[in-house]
Write a protein that binds this ligand. Structure first.
Ligand code: GLY
Ligand code: MN
Ligand code: MN
Length: 429
């Protein structure tokens, strides 16, 4: 099997579903400051259908053909910036029907748009391409007196690709297993390296080092390395505080491997031993995660894992004196949200919050084999009146990456220690 035949197969499937012309540009390459750029990251939709990683590229699909526009070979630029495939080589390696230099995009596009009923293009996603596509469309409209019809519809093709991306194929699952395994190893190393007096960024460096040592190209999002009360800031990314004995450390970090994200959270004591209060809340979150995980199976509603986690957490909050009233009251009033204010998961794939709708026809969608989601309940106790002081500044989240299989699920991030005893033993070993 050719390396890029999975992408070819995806294009074939999309061509079957779409009438008209598909135009899908990849991402631009933004400047960070002056003449330094951010590390380049292709557009996930474009990459899903092509496997092609160079900027300044556009996929066009028309009349059953796949056409790639890309940068031409340029020996001078390649000395500075590295290898480019160029249209000829890209056609052969990435299995396109046609390839052209990107410089010819505007001149050739009207030809592909002629006599087509619709253009499938994500209008508004990137202004740089909007103008070019619309001017090509106008060029075709001007040909009406020569008997050529122009597309009467502009539609966004991404929701159709979302549906495809939601169900991962074997090729994707293999990469995601490895992405989760690398990130699990990074969490293991972080647990081993953290100690009182160390800076949060010192632990972050260990995570990033393990990602790169194993060939992951990048973190899949900015790692959260949050000691003590910083863990109660959900999107804490400063990572510049000193770690204290007696505090917990929450690490939410995953890597991107060949385009695919892992997204794992572990929380552990900086000094290797949970206090009784930390343990109490940790065990509660772990129980909520187990309840949520048991709902991850084909035919279950997207909402079931969240509802299961909320019920366990709400009961725990009542038992610990964090919330007052019955469990049903606490759930109905939403009072539990003072300590658990986010949802229990999201789709995972090329994007860390991956493509795919959560409802269809107004109802939560059913889980199906091939879907990958996170299961990540938590509890965050900020200092506040009426909240028992012994729990202040405890922030805990436990997040795993989970693949829905035909008979249940597969946890991709299993290698990262998770129970109290697993964590304490690993840190002591
Ligand atoms: N790390 C992002 C999230 O957990 O959703
Ligand atoms: Mn997540
Ligand atoms: Mn996360």
């Amino acid at each position: 099997m050719k390396e890029y035949s999975v992408h070819l197969e995806r294009r074939r499937r999309l061509l079957e579903k779409s009438e008209g012309v598909v135009i899908l540009p990849t991402s631009g390459h933004p400047v960070r400051n002056r003449d330094s750029h951010y590390p380049y990251r292709f557009d996930s939709y474009f990459y899903y259908l092509t496997g092609f990683q160079e900027p300044d590229s556009v996929l066009v699909m028309a009349s059953g053909k796949s056409i790639l526009f890309c940068r031409e070979k340029d020996p001078d630029r390649e000395i500075w910036d590295g290898y480019r495939f160029g249209p000829e080589k890209a056609k052969e390696v990435f299995l396109f029907d046609e390839t052209h230099p990107i410089s010819e995009f505007e001149d050739l596009l009207p030809k592909y748009l002629a006599d087509q009923p619709a253009v499938h293009y994500p209008l508004g996603a990137d202004e740089k391409w909007d103008g070019r596509v619309l001017s090509a469309l106008n060029a075709v409209r001007n040909l009406v007196r020569s008997g050529i019809s122009s597309p009467s519809e502009i539609r966004d093709i991404r929701p159709e690709i979302d549906e495809m991306r939601l169900i991962k194929d074997d090729h994707e699952i293999r990469i995601m297993r490895r992405a989760a395994s690398i990130a699990s190893s990074a969490h293991r190393i972080a647990m081993k390296s953290a100690r009182p007096g160390m800076m949060e960024y010192g632990v972050e460096a260990e995570l990033l080092g393990e990602f790169r040592r194993n060939g992951a190209q990048a973190p899949s999002y900015t790692p959260i390395v949050a000691g003590g009360g910083n863990a109660c800031i959900l999107h804490y990314v400063d990572n510049n505080a000193v770690l204290k004995s007696g505090d917990l450390l929450l690490i939410d970090a995953g890597c991107e491997l060949d385009g695919y994200a892992s997204d794992i959270t572990r929380t552990f004591p900086v000094n290797g031993k949970f206090t009784p209060e930390q343990k109490e809340i940790y065990e509660l979150v772990l129980k909520a995660q187990a309840a949520a995980l048991s709902e991850v199976k084909p035919g279950a509603s997207w909402q079931s894992p969240h509802d299961a986690a909320v019920r366990i957490l709400a009961q725990g909050f009542v038992d610990l004196g964090l919330c007052k009233g019955s469990v049903d009251d606490v759930i109905e009033s939403g009072d539990y949200r003072r300590f658990y204010m986010h949802r229990t998961g999201h789709w995972l794939g090329l994007d860390v919050h991956d493509a795919g709708s959560y409802k269809t026809g107004g109802n939560w969608r059913m889980l199906e084999p091939g879907m990958v989601l996170t299961v990540e309940p938590g509890c965050y106790v900020r200092p506040a009146e009426g909240v028992p002081e012994c729990f202040w500044n405890i922030g805990i989240r436990i997040e795993d990456d989970v693949h829905v299989t035909t008979n249940g699920h597969e946890i991709l991030s299993l290698e990262a220690p998770k129970t109290v005893s697993e964590i304490e033993e690993w840190m002591a070993s």
